[in-house]
Design a protein around this ligand. Structure first.
Ligand code: C5P
Length: 237
């Protein structure tokens, strides 16, 4: 398998085509962005930390029977993945109130959410990723009703696996965002799972150990990502 060209550069990852049309290479970069790309910085080692973090979590999900695009880690900053046809929808699950939920509904940060809240957002930077519902997704053709049901079920299945995984490291999985795509007519988890796309708090002190450290200028961003990773059993290079 050889990389053949750059397909797409997102805010934190670059996607490359390969000589196999079913496979892509994801390169995790050090670029870190927040607030729709208004705040952008290079954080040393972020690419390699998130690549290893993502590989570990994707393997855990696969072991739990959840189909993901992940094939193999290729290098410190690159992973081989299946070439999905991505659905432009973000699936968010919240176990505790934080971030936009608190702003939108006036809920106090940290409030336990039982059952967890599930939300869809449209992946569209120009529109600032507006919240949408299953009716919008079906009517505008972003996915079928059956695909919507599968995305929701899979996102909640991921919650069971990862809530337990992080609890084992004395961490609360507060919320997270997933993206899905189609691969040979199956709905498969794509994109990444790393502290860039979830909230993780220390279970005892409620210290924030995720990208909120970057958003809120709390410092030690990558050190916290690594600390979280080590607590769930990742051995970083
Ligand atoms: O901003 P909000 O509170 O809605 O984010 C919910 C969760 O989804 C957070 O863990 C955040 O990091 C993640 N998210 C993301 N990418 C986005 C929007 C949210 O990773 N574009």
């Amino acid at each position: 398998m050889n990389k053949t060209g750059e397909l797409y550069a997102g805010k934190a990852k670059t996607v490359y085509t390969t000589d196999d049309p079913d496979l892509l290479v994801l390169e995790f970069r050090n670029d870190t962005s927040a607030f729709d790309g208004e705040k952008v910085e290079q954080l040393e080692r972020k690419g390699q930390v998130n690549n290893q973090f993502n590989a570990f979590v994707m393997k855990q999900l696969q072991d739990a029977g959840i189909a993901t695009h992940f094939v193999d880690q290729l290098s410190k900053t690159e992973s081989l993945v299946r070439n999905l046809s991505m659905i432009p929808v973000e699936c968010v699950v919240r176990n505790r109130a934080a971030g936009s939920l608190c702003r939108r509904l006036g809920i106090e940060e940290g409030t336990e959410l039982n059952p967890p809240v599930f939300e869809f957002f449209l992946k569209d930077d120009a529109l600032h990723d507006p919240m949408i519902n299953d009716s919008h997704i079906e009517t505008f053709g972003w996915a079928t009703a059956d695909e919507v049901a599968q995305m929701k079920a899979l996102t909640l299945q991921v919650n069971d696996v990862l809530t337990n995984l992080f609890a084992g490291g004395d961490l609360i999985l507060v919320d997270y965002k997933l993206e899905f795509g189609r691969f040979k007519d199956r709905i498969v988890l794509g994109d990444e799972f790393s502290p860039d796309g979830c909230r993780l708090w220390d279970a005892n002190t409620l210290e924030k150990m995720d990208k909120d450290r970057f958003r809120q200028n709390l410092g030690n961003v990558i050190e916290s990502y690594e600390a979280v990773g080590r607590r769930i059993g990742i051995q970083f290079d």
